[in-house]
Design a protein around this ligand. Structure first.
Ligand code: ADP
Length: 470
C-alpha cells in the first residue's frame, strides 16, 4: 500500500477541521438566527398593525362624532408605503376611508411587488395578504373598525434583503479566508514536521545500505525529533565502530596467519626438494611456527567462547591472593629468562567466581607484563579489598601504553605500534579475552600508567555473583 505523505496528511486534516468548524458554525448560526428572525418579523408586523389601530382610535372626535379624515388619509398613505393596506369604517360599519378606493393602482402595485419579492426570496414561507380587523375604542365606547391587510407571516423590504445578502457575503468571505489561513498554516506546520522526519528516514536508509559514516545535523526543534536524531547518530556510530572492528579482525587474522604459513611452506618446500637438509634445528623451527599457529587458533576459539553468550561460569569462592600466587609460579622460568623479579602483595579477598577463568585473566596480564618489560624490572601483583569488589592490580616497569591507545588495546587483534616492532608480541587477542572474561563476571578491567613508566592493569570483580545480592 502506498502511504500518503506526512505533509499532505497533516494539512488535509487541518483543512478538514476548519471546513467542519465553518460548516458547524454557519449551520448553527443560520438555524438560530433564522428562527429568531422569522419570529421577530412576525411580531413586528403584528405590533405595527396594532399601532396603527391605536393611533387611529385617537383621531375620533367624540364631541362632533366625526373623524379627522385628513389625518386618516395621511396615515393610510404612510402605512401603504410600508406594505399595510388599511380600511376605516365607523361604528355602524359604514366605510369612511379605504386605501384601495383612494389609489387602486398604487395598492395593486404595492401588493404585486411585495408578493413577487417574497415569493422569489422566501418561497418556503408560502405567504399571502391577510386581513385583520381591529375594533377602535375610546374608553369603553366603540368608535369604529379598522381592517389592516398585510403580507403574512411577514414581509421583508428591499433594504432588509440587501442587509441579509451583505451578511451572508461576510460569512462566506470570512470562511474562505479562514480556509486559506488554515491551508497556509497547515502546509508550513506540516513542512516543519515532515522535513526532519524525511531527513531522518533518508539517513537511516543510507545507514541500512552500509554507509555508516552518515550523521544527522541536530538542528530540529521538537524534543522527540532531537532524541530520534541522537539515537540514529549513536546507532550509526556503533555500527561504524563494529564495521571497522570486523574489517580489522579479518585483515589482522589474515596477516597473523600469513607469516607462519609462509615460513612453514618455504621451509617444507625447500626440504622436500632436497635443497635444504631437514636438520633437527630446522624441524624444530617448523614446529615452533606450527605452535604459533595453534596458539593463535586456540586464542581465537577462547575469545569466541568468552565473547559468545554461551559462556558458562562455574562459580566458587576464590581467594584472589592465593590465586595470584599460584599464577606467578607458572611463569618462574620465563621470569628468570628475562631477568625479571615478581612480587605478590595485598590482603586475601574472596570473590565468587570461576577460578579457571580468573586464572586465565591473571595469566594473560602477567604474560603481557613480562613480554613488554625490560630486564631488571619488577612485576608486581597487588590484591585489594574494595567493599563489594575484589581488586587485582598487575603493574610492570616496561614500555607502558600511550594514553591514546589505552582504550583500544582491549579490542581484538589490536597492538600498539611499539609492540608490533617487538619480536615477543602475540596476536593481540590476550586482552580481548581478559575483558570478555572479566565482563562475563560482571567486573571491569582498565589500564593506567605508573610512576615507573610502565603500565598498571586493574581488574575489579564483584564478590557476589551479579543478581544474587539480597
Ligand atoms: P598481545 O598478544 O599482542 O600481547 P594483547 O591483547 O595481550 O595482545 O595486548 C594488546 C596490546 O596491548 C599489545 O600488543 C601491546 O601493544 C599492549 N600491551 C598489553 N599489555 C601491555 C603491557 N603490560 N605493557 C605495554 N603494552 C601492553
Amino acid at each position: 500500500m502506498r502511504h500518503p505523505r506526512l505533509r499532505a496528511l497533516i494539512s488535509s486534516r487541518l483543512v478538514l477541521l476548519v471546513l467542519l468548524t465553518i460548516a458547524l458554525v454557519s449551520l448553527g448560526s443560520n438555524l438560530l438566527v433564522n428562527r429568531q428572525f422569522d419570529h421577530y418579523m412576525e411580531e413586528q408586523q403584528r405590533a405595527k398593525a396594532a399601532d396603527v389601530a391605536e393611533h387611529l382610535s385617537a383621531q375620533y372626535d367624540a364631541v362632533t362624532g366625526g373623524w379627522s379624515l385628513d389625518y386618516v388619509h395621511g396615515m393610510g398613505m404612510l402605512a401603504l408605503y410600508d406594505g399595510y393596506l388599511i380600511k376605516l369604517s365607523d361604528a355602524e360599519g359604514t366605510l369612511l376611508w379605504d386605501a384601495q378606493d383612494h389609489d387602486m393602482a398604487l395598492c395593486h402595485d404595492m401588493m404585486a411587488t411585495i408578493t413577487a419579492r417574497m415569493q422569489e426570496e422566501r418561497p418556503s414561507l408560502d405567504g399571502g395578504f391577510e386581513s385583520h380587523r381591529y375594533e377602535l375604542r375610546q374608553g369603553d365606547t366603540l368608535v369604529g373598525y379598522l381592517d389592516v391587510s398585510y403580507y403574512a407571516p411577514y414581509a421583508l423590504s428591499e433594504q432588509d434583503f440587501r442587509f441579509i445578502t451583505a451578511l451572508n457575503r461576510v460569512l462566506v468571505v470570512t470562511g474562505a479566508l479562514a480556509l486559506l489561513v488554515a491551508l497556509v498554516v497547515g502546509v508550513l506546520l506540516a513542512r516543519g514536521i515532515a522535513r526532519p522526519v524525511a531527513r531522518i528516514a533518508q539517513a537511516t536508509e543510507q545507514i541500512a545500505e552500509g554507509r555508516y559514516g552518515t550523521r544527522l545535523a541536530g538542528d530540529v526543534r521538537a524534543r522527540e525529533l532531537a532524541e530520534l536524531t541522537t539515537a540514529v547518530n549513536q546507532m550509526a556510530a556503533a555500527l561504524e565502530e563494529q564495521d571497522e572492528l570486523r574489517r580489522r579482525l579479518t585483515s589482522d587474522v589474515a596477516h597473523e596467519l600469513r607469516t607462519p604459513v609462509a615460513n612453514l611452506s618455504s621451509y617444507l618446500e625447500l626440504m622436500a626438494a632436497g635443497v635444504m637438509e631437514p636438520t633437527h634445528e630446522r624441524l624444530q623451527r617448523c614446529h615452533a611456527e606450527l605452535q604459533r599457529l595453534a596458539a593463535l587458533i586456540a586464542d581465537l576459539e577462547r575469545l569466541q567462547r568468552a565473547e559468545g553468550g554461551d559462556l558458562v561460569l562455574e562459580r566458587e569462592e576464590v581467594n584472589l591472593l592465593s590465586l595470584a600466587r599460584e599464577v606467578v609460579v607458572g611463569f618462574d622460568v620465563q621470569l628468570e629468562e628475562r631477568g625479571l623479579s615478581v612480587r605478590v602483595e595485598g590482603v586475601p579477598v574472596v570473590v565468587y567466581a570461576d577460578a579457571n577463568r580468573i586464572r586465565q585473566v591473571l595469566a594473560n596480564l602477567v604474560s603481557n607484563a613480562i613480554k613488554y618489560s625490560d630486564a631488571q624490572g619488577v612485576v608486581r601483583l597487588l590484591v585489594e579489598d574494595a567493599g563489594s569488589m575484589g581488586v587485582v592490580h598487575v603493574a610492570d616497569q616496561g614500555m607502558g601504553v600511550p594514553p591514546e591507545e589505552r582504550e583500544h588495546i582491549f579490542e581484538r587483534l589490536y597492538r600498539t605500534d611499539a609492540s608490533r616492532a617487538r619480536s615477543t608480541g602475540g596476536a593481540g587477542l590476550g586482552l580481548a579475552i581478559v575483558r570478555a572474561l572479566v565482563e562475563a563476571h560482571g567486573g571491569t578491567v582498565g589500564v593506567e600508567g605508573n610512576e615507573h613508566g610502565g603500565s598498571t592493569f586493574t581488574v575489579m570483580l564483584p564478590k557476589e555473583a551479579p543478581g544474587t545480592e539480597a
